[in-house]
Design a protein around this ligand. Sequence first.
Ligand SMILES: Nc1ncnc2c1ncn2[C@@H]1O[C@H](COP(=O)(O)OP(=O)(O)OP(=O)(O)O)[C@@H](O)[C@H]1O
Ligand SMILES: [Mg+2]
Length: 350
Amino acid sequence: MAFQWFKFRSKTMLGVDIGTAAIKVTEVGKEGGRWVLKNYGIIAIPDPVSLKDGFADDAISAALKELIKKSNFSSKDCVASIPSFNTFSTVIELPYLSEKDIARAIPFEAKKYIPLPLQEVNLDWSILSVKDSTSSNVQYPSVEVFIAAVPKDTVERYRIIFNRVGLRLKALELENAALIRALIGNDQSSIGVVNMGGRSTSIFVAYKGVVRLSRNYEVGGFEITQALARSLKVSVDRAESMKKKIGIEGNEGGTVLKAINTELDRLIVEGERTIETFEDQKKIKVEKIILTGGLGTMPGIHKYFESKLHYPVSVGDPFARVIAPQGLSPVIKELTPTLSVSIGLAMREI
Ligand SMILES: Nc1ncnc2c1ncn2[C@@H]1O[C@H](COP(=O)(O)OP(=O)(O)OP(=O)(O)O)[C@@H](O)[C@H]1O
Ligand SMILES: [Mg+2]
């Protein structure tokens, strides 16, 4: 006899964030109209520093396979992200045209912003808004268009990886779009997001729920660990553990801070510069800054950024939108910044 209740079992989606330091997978479903985290898993990518200039796909496939085996996810459907350093996106303004004419104009416009030949990328675009000439301050009607491009070989590599590990890849999306879904939701104000990962840090400004400006900096957790090891003359393993356990808080943290403040300050300066560029171009004030990514869990980082930046700073919390099962809560809270991208991916409705 078939179990009728099977019909009502809610469907879940996996969000797969393949980073340079670790692969993060979360499984999210909807219950009574609310997002619920069902399961999650994290696995480190072995020897990430040596993979700095690109992913070693065999190592990624093996790690992802192991993670899936261990985690017992109930779904095989997944959404994955393409890291910011591998994608290009921008918002442009065009004169008001028919959709067909916009489609024709996009490749010409895109060429100005995308540093790769157009035949080597998948180009995607969507209309964000129309400014008609009846509204104030507008002389000619125009449209705002969001353009995104992903190298075709990156898409192909992801397809191969997901095939190999036996997951159904339902969509590939830009990492920053996943962060907006997980950390910003329906907030329409202008918000700076700083995603501090292993290899790099991406900084973007979202306004009305769309990325308006984004930059990538080749400074992340790996470089900070190396700086700490060099300065304190300790092993890389010891430095990594000091960074995570002591952080830059309290007396002991003072020594760590002294060793890594040049790198942290570089991130702060770059973040400020990106935000000011947006403010100057758009004449819109950024209201707050959200920190995320693995380095966002470092004890004391939030206070340090807040003391140096002239904006309110917080650590992003995807659990403002997604309910975490009670038993998992204490561990999950610590991992929150690390899981933000994968949670946002799993929340994508297909
Ligand atoms: N509690 C912590 N304190 C300090 N640093 C931490 C902590 N947890 C993780 N990190 C650091 O965060 C980095 C990894 O972050 P994350 O998992 O976001 O990177 P990634 O997504 O794999 O990398 P990328 O986005 O650059 O490809 C590592 O350098 C790690 O040392
Ligand atoms: Mg990352």
